[in-house]
Design a protein around this ligand. Structure first.
Ligand code: FES
Ligand code: FES
Length: 161
């Protein structure tokens, strides 16, 4: 019989309590148990960043964490970026306006990484942006428009001149 753990978390401000297999990854918990499928699964070994979410405000890779490790944490997924009324987060608007996505597979993870960056640094340099997204692989965009989008979002938020 599989070993189980009870996991209590807040996801995008909503409390969840669920008993899961102890070996269940956090990304599978979010997608299968919580029902939030915006977080993508790519490499499943911590390389591509597609599964990036925020845990207590820090960007983490949910494919290399167990759901049980998140017990007690405050999580945010890409579904939590927009406001309840549907108003997009500035980083989401900026990705749209600067054409920072093509296939979109990397995009949820990129958005979470970039939103965490902008929380910590309201006016990041190009090098700081490139450094921040260096752990998120994108096969489509060449990163140029993603960098532009982060700069644009910084202006929207009011940090950049
Ligand atoms: S799916 Fe998690 S880092 Fe690639
Ligand atoms: S937009 Fe296709 S992988 Fe990034």
């Amino acid at each position: 019989m599989a070993t189980t753990r009870t996991v209590k978390v807040r996801v995008n401000g909503v409390a969840y309590e669920q008993t899961v297999e102890a070996r269940k990854t956090l990304v599978d918990f979010l997608r299968e148990d919580v029902g939030l499928t915006g977080t993508n699964v790519g490499c499943e070994h911590g390389v591509c960043g597609a599964c990036t979410i925020l845990m207590n405000g820090e960007a983490v890779r949910s494919c290399i964490m167990l759901a049980a490790q998140a017990d007690g944490a405050d999580l945010m997924t890409v579904e939590g970026l927009a406001k309840a009324g549907g108003e997009l987060h500035p980083i989401q608007e900026a990705f749209t306006e600067k054409h920072a996505l093509q296939c979109g597979y990397c995009t949820p993870g990129m958005l979470m990484t970039c939103s965490a960056l902008l929380e910590q640094n309201r006016n990041p340099s190009e090098q700081e942006i490139r450094q921040a997204i260096s752990g998120n692989l994108c096969r489509c965009t060449g990163y140029l428009n993603i960098v532009k989008a982060v700069q644009h979002a910084a202006q929207k938020i009011g940090g950049a001149p």
